[in-house]
Design a protein around this ligand. Structure first.
Ligand SMILES: *[C@@H]1O[C@H](CO)[C@@H](O)[C@H](O)[C@H]1NC(C)=O
Ligand SMILES: *[C@@H]1O[C@H](CO)[C@@H](O)[C@H](O)[C@H]1NC(C)=O
Ligand SMILES: *[C@@H]1O[C@H](CO)[C@@H](O)[C@H](O)[C@H]1NC(C)=O
Ligand SMILES: *[C@@H]1O[C@H](CO)[C@@H](O)[C@H](O)[C@H]1NC(C)=O
Ligand SMILES: *[C@@H]1O[C@H](CO)[C@@H](O)[C@H](O)[C@H]1NC(C)=O
Ligand SMILES: *[C@@H]1O[C@H](CO)[C@@H](O)[C@H](O)[C@H]1NC(C)=O
Ligand SMILES: *[C@@H]1O[C@H](CO)[C@@H](O)[C@H](O)[C@H]1NC(C)=O
Ligand SMILES: *[C@@H]1O[C@H](CO)[C@@H](O)[C@H](O)[C@H]1NC(C)=O
Ligand SMILES: *[C@@H]1O[C@H](CO)[C@@H](O)[C@H](O)[C@H]1NC(C)=O
Length: 422
């Protein structure tokens, strides 16, 4: 067992290539839930008029999801107690097709997420959808606040709050004074010589100037400004910052391109098109880039592995699995309960990356083993409880590399040194 570390390199490199190819999100296949607000106090009967109106509302929203400005509202029914009001809003830089995908996904899933609730707001990464038995148009709503933040602290919190103090208020001002039909803006700022902060602010365009202003200012003040990324979601507005691009950089005619090492996330550059067999040139480029990145990451993984192998022996891993080194990174099936416990119920905080088939979470098994859990996405057609979950027993330090594309330029430095020595 003690000789394990000496055997790692070649096989591990191979295993890593496979692992990373699995994880690299070549095409975004799904919409990821960012938050949901179910007002369970107000419920409706499945046979009621409200229920019928709600079905109508959702199908109308869905069929108008190509709306040119990314917002659409509709009122279904006419007799007051049973009227269903609803709207959707897409992130301002989405193409009509990407908006349509997000809204279609939201409208087919929202009711199952909050059965019988009359008032629901659901946020996916790139769109929100709401319905209620009370009119919501042109009314500012900051209830049902959702705050998301990366688990990772930024290296210099003083610097980040300095940057955010400027850029978040700028971007909010630009969003609310934008008369293009969308109250939306994005902005980049320098955090260090190598890293940028990418920011976004958006209101539903039906709000007045002062309502939008109030909503955005409140949202900005609630961001977690010591983390490498955070967002605040309200039914009426949305702010977000990350240290990697998460919107279409070329959309706002603004600043220079991002660091060439890290391609922007496919979620914004290659909108999903499930059930659509054509492969566009962008997808081919995305695949090529992904493979390139995968190879680079594999080499980086190799470096990390060898680096760590000097320090640590993988006894527990060996005992858990047996077999050769490649099986040490093979997938295992665990029951859902164990994985829910291990990953704190798949909390956003435990999410370490986004694989081609679903998000990847960091978990801690009862025996103290750190694992990465890949959760297959909803498009595989399974219900929430039947999610097929996979655990990849691996060195989390290496799996963090998946995240590398999204965040950690800093992590690159020791790796580059190592790569030069290969
Ligand atoms: C709802 O409708 C179903 C069939 O359409 C019927 O069996 C059921 O009794 C109804 N429930 C109520 C509460 O009316
Ligand atoms: C949206 O799609 C519908 C059919 O799905 C079509 O009738 C309508 O013209 C489209 N609207 C726009 C703005 O493309
Ligand atoms: C959409 O909202 C506006 C107010 O912002 C309202 O005047 C309009 O009637 C709504 N549209 C529908 C279809 O309900
Ligand atoms: C909305 O539904 C709740 C609970 O069913 C009800 O108390 C309230 O009066 C309804 N509001 C309107 C405007 O119909
Ligand atoms: C509302 O109902 C949904 C679905 O039944 C449930 O998942 C959620 O926890 C409930 N929320 C509250 C605040 O009770
Ligand atoms: C953190 O940022 C502040 C403000 O820009 C700067 O003065 C300080 O030197 C930085 N600290 C480190 C350790 O880089
Ligand atoms: C950010 O840094 C780049 C070079 O690293 C520089 O060209 C650019 O002007 C800086 N932007 C701001 C807003 O300071
Ligand atoms: C990004 O925005 C530009 C400018 O609006 C547009 O031409 C391009 O198609 C967009 N790209 C994607 C992937 O949405
Ligand atoms: C206003 O929004 C449009 C997109 O809807 C964007 O292209 C433009 O740059 C924005 N203007 C400002 C001043 O931010």
């Amino acid at each position: 067992m003690n000789n394990l570390p000496h055997k790692i390199p070649r096989k591990a490199l191979f295993a890593f290539t496979i692992l990373l190819l699995t994880f690299i999100p070549i095409i975004k296949a799904d919409q990821y839930l960012a938050g949901i607000d179910c007002q369970n106090a107000t419920t409706y009967d499945p046979n009621s008029t409200y229920s019928t109106n709600l079905q109508t509302l959702l199908s109308v929203l869905s069929s108008n999801s190509n709306a040119s400005n990314g917002l659409y509202n509709f009122t279904a029914g006419s007799s007051p107690p049973d009227v269903a009001y609803g709207l959707f809003l897409c992130q301002g830089d989405l193409t009509a097709a990407a908006c349509q995908d997000c809204v279609n996904w939201a409208s087919t899933n929202i009711v199952a997420r909050c059965p019988r609730s009359k008032r629901v707001t659901i946020w996916y990464d790139y769109c929100l959808l709401r319905y209620s038995n009370v009119s919501m148009f042109s009314v500012v709503d900051t209830k049902g606040e959702i705050i998301l933040a990366s688990t990772y602290d930024v290296s210099n919190a003083t610097r980040l709050s300095e940057v955010l103090g400027q850029v978040m208020y700028d971007v909010a001002d630009r969003a609310l004074s934008n008369h293009s039909g969308k109250k939306f803006a994005t902005e980049e700022a320098n955090y260090s010589a190598l890293q940028k902060v990418y920011s976004l602010a958006q209101c539903t365009p039906d709000l007045s100037y002062s309502d939008c202003n109030g909503c955005l200012r409140r949202a900005v003040s609630r961001l977690k400004n010591t983390r490498i990324g955070s967002r605040v979601l309200y039914p009426s507005c949305y702010v977000r910052f990350e240290m990697a691009p998460f919107y279409n950089i070329s959309f706002d005619a603004a600043p220079p391109p991002p660091s060439p090492v890290l391609p922007s996330p496919p979620s914004t550059t290659t909108p999903s098109s499930p059930g659509n067999g054509r492969i566009s040139p962008q997808v081919i480029i995305a695949i090529a880039v992904s493979i390139g990145v995968a190879v680079m990451l594999s080499m980086a993984g190799f470096c990390l592995l060898t680096r760590r192998a000097k320090k640590k022996k993988y006894n527990s891993l060996r005992e858990d699995i047996g077999g050769d080194d490649i099986s040490a990174v093979q997938s295992l099936q665990y029951d859902l309960g164990t994985l829910q416990a291990a990953t704190n119920n798949f909390s956003y905080d435990n999410k370490i990356g986004q694989g081609g088939y679903g998000p990847v979470y960091k978990g801690l098994l009862p025996n103290g083993q750190e694992v990465a859990v890949k959760r297959l996405s909803e498009t595989s057609g399974q219900g929430a409880l039947e999610f097929k979950n996979e655990v990849i027993l691996a060195w989390l330090g290496s799996l963090e590399l998946i995240k590398l594309r999204q965040i950690q330029v800093e992590l690159l430095e020791p790796l580059v040194t190592c790569l030069q020595n290969i």
